[in-house]
Design a protein around this ligand. Structure first.
Ligand SMILES: *[C@@H]1O[C@H](CO)[C@@H](O)[C@H](O)[C@H]1NC(C)=O
Ligand SMILES: *[C@@H]1O[C@H](CO)[C@@H](O)[C@H](O)[C@H]1NC(C)=O
Ligand SMILES: *[C@@H]1O[C@H](CO)[C@@H](O)[C@H](O)[C@H]1NC(C)=O
Ligand SMILES: *[C@@H]1O[C@H](CO)[C@@H](O)[C@H](O)[C@H]1NC(C)=O
Ligand SMILES: *[C@@H]1O[C@H](CO)[C@@H](O)[C@H](O)[C@H]1NC(C)=O
Ligand SMILES: *[C@@H]1O[C@H](CO)[C@@H](O)[C@H](O)[C@H]1NC(C)=O
Ligand SMILES: *[C@@H]1O[C@H](CO)[C@@H](O)[C@H](O)[C@H]1NC(C)=O
Ligand SMILES: *[C@@H]1O[C@H](CO)[C@@H](O)[C@H](O)[C@H]1NC(C)=O
Ligand SMILES: *[C@@H]1O[C@H](CO)[C@@H](O)[C@H](O)[C@H]1NC(C)=O
Length: 482
């Protein structure tokens, strides 16, 4: 392939095209951008096999070298199309233009565009100095060309969120062979549909590897965990990817580990206690092990993760039975999100630190009262304690719904009691209240009528008198589920 196709699909689709007005001159800033762009090419008349090819950009000239206004109006330049009303450059038609390479280009970022499922415009084999290529969120499709492999200086590659792009032939194996300087490799939501070759562990500079939802299968190579610079790793939503948590002695660099929605497990017994070396991961910021098959108690080392760093802990969807000797308040002073839903947690409700704004522990077997300490979470926006076996009174501070709270769910907690309802005060942020299947009694406070943002109120299967609600003229849409 000798045509430089790189630019052919870069169109802006523009609605305003017909106009009887005289077309305005091009904008100065766009003219200089085009001239700069021109500088980055070499012109080579032999580059194309097309007999009609000619160097279109050769006549692009700045004001001084051109012949007055007309010569410098970039809208009149070969290959350039401007909007008739605004004078903005809307298309560049540079196919067969004798461009031999963007030889100086180091960084190409076409992310966040809509290329309408066109193929990725390679022909970039000429871009031999490219260090950074970002084509994420751009609506490309098709199999990636093997010309990508010629970009041997590439340090950062982002093709993510182009779900019908395929990286199969070439695939992951070829990337490692040829792009040996990669540090950031972001391929989430690209159709890779293969195993992850062990040779990825040869990329000693790798700092981030994002392979979310890539159709990966087979066994994740443990050696990747040992990469000396690896900080961010995500392989989530690859349900057929098998893996085991690693021996971490050689690396303490990991900051983010996303393994949710995979078939990662522990060793044969799927027992977190048997991931001894994860204990050394004291600097974790994010630990997400959702929907795996991890059994047994949450071991002590989890509580030992640095309280200065941990911000997100998500262990939901496993078979965990609870913290082993938990402190009254969990230790991580920067924790923002704690998700422990759908496990088999027993014992008292763990209380997250005050920094937490999202706490969800539904679908467990927690017992006992809700300690008033829970009200110290002054940033709390989402609280879901549903489907447990909690009892006793809901602490007063919680019944007042602290201001940031948006969602409050304690559906089917079996034995939670009023006088909770007497004290309900509806704060302005509250959108969801779900109190169904408990033992609340009494009347719904009239203050509920002032909850203008409330969209979802569930009170069913309690002993609540909600008769007065039918007399209220509610201008907003409650969704009552009784
Ligand atoms: C199209 O025309 C409308 C009004 O005439 C204007 O607001 C809009 O910015 C134009 N769009 C473009 C892409 O020039
Ligand atoms: C996108 O591509 C389809 C099929 O090639 C075409 O019909 C459609 O007009 C294109 N849309 C735009 C906005 O160019
Ligand atoms: C990729 O690397 C292999 C061997 O490592 C080499 O033979 C091949 O030419 C390279 N491909 C490109 C496109 O540079
Ligand atoms: C990767 O490293 C292994 C040793 O760990 C070596 O045998 C192999 O040749 C390397 N592969 C490549 C493609 O560099
Ligand atoms: C991924 O590509 C393969 C072809 O190699 C295809 O069979 C499969 O359906 C694709 N997967 C998705 C989710 O598009
Ligand atoms: C998990 O492993 C530890 C250490 O081997 C063992 O003591 C414990 O009983 C195991 N738990 C389960 C649920 O298998
Ligand atoms: C917790 O951390 C301390 C200090 O880093 C260490 O001595 C101890 O062994 C760790 N405990 C567990 C269970 O990881
Ligand atoms: C909870 O908040 C109260 C009052 O703001 C404070 O006195 C107490 O120390 C806090 N407790 C914890 C464990 O943070
Ligand atoms: C709920 O907890 C109580 C004790 O507080 C216990 O008697 C009861 O069996 C538990 N129910 C379930 C379904 O676990």
């Amino acid at each position: 392939m000798r045509f430089l196709l790189l630019l052919s699909p870069v169109y802006l689709v523009v609605a305003n095209s017909s106009s009887s007005m005289q077309q305005p001159l091009c904008h100065g800033s766009e003219r200089s951008a085009l001239l700069q762009f021109k500088q980055s090419f070499l012109i080579d008349e032999h580059v194309s096999d097309n007999p009609f090819a000619y160097p279109k950009v050769a006549k692009w000239k700045s004001h001084r070298e051109g012949e007055g206004e007309v010569g410098s109006d970039c809208c009149s330049w070969d290959g350039v199309e401007c909007d008739r009303e605004t004078g903005h450059v809307i298309s560049l038609h540079l196919a067969s233009s004798c461009l031999s390479g963007l030889v100086h280009l180091r960084r190409l970022d076409l992310s966040d565009n809509d290329f309408n499922y066109s193929e990725i415009p390679f022909g970039v084999c000429q871009l031999s100095r490219l260090r950074s290529l970002d084509l994420s969120y751009a609506g490309f499709s098709g199999q990636i060309s093997s010309e990508l492999l010629a970009l041997s200086k590439l340090v950062f590659l982002d093709l993510s969120a182009n779900p019908i792009v395929q990286l199969q032939k070439p695939g992951l194996r070829n990337l490692v062979q040829n792009l040996t300087h990669l540090k950031g490799t972001h391929l989430s939501q690209v159709n890779i549909s293969s195993t992850i070759p062990h040779t990825w562990a040869n990329l000693s500079s790798l700092t981030s590897l994002f392979l979310k939802e890539c159709g990966l299968h087979g066994e994740f190579p443990m050696t990747i965990f040992r990469l000396p610079s690896l900080q961010y790793l995500s392989v989530r939503y690859n349900p057929d990817l098998i893996g085991y948590l690693p021996e971490f002695q050689e690396t303490r660099t990991l900051k983010m580990l996303y393994l949710g929605g995979t078939s990662f497990s522990g060793l044969a017994s799927c027992n977190l206690t048997e991931f001894p070396d994860l204990q050394n991961q004291n600097e974790l910021e994010i630990l997400i092990l959702t929907e795996n098959k991890i059994h047994g108690p949450i071991p002590k080392w989890v509580l030992n993760i640095s309280k200065e760093t941990l911000g997100v802990l998500d262990l939901s969807g496993n078979f965990l039975t609870g913290f082993d000797q938990p402190p009254v308040v969990l230790p991580w002073s920067r924790l923002q999100s704690l998700q422990l839903d759908s496990n088999m947690l027993q014992g008292p409700l763990p209380i997250p630190p005050p920094s937490t704004f999202e706490y969800s522990v539904s679908g467990n077997k927690l017992t006992g009262e809700i300690l008033p300490l829970i009200c110290n979470m002054s940033s709390l926006m989402l609280l879901d304690l549903s489907s447990n076996n909690l009892s006793g009174r809901i602490p007063q501070g919680l019944a007042n719904f602290p201001i940031p709270l948006i969602q409050f769910s304690i559906w089917k907690s079996t034995a939670l009691m009023a006088p909770f309802l007497k004290h309900v005060q509806c704060q302005k942020n509250l959108r969801v209240i779900d109190l169904g299947e408990n033992q609340f009694q009494g009347q719904i406070p009239r203050s509920f009528a002032k909850c203008m943002m409330l969209k979802h109120l569930v009170l069913g299967n309690n002993q609540i008198d909600h008769g007065f609600l039918s007399g209220l003229e509610l201008s907003h849409s409650y969704r009552f589920l009784f």
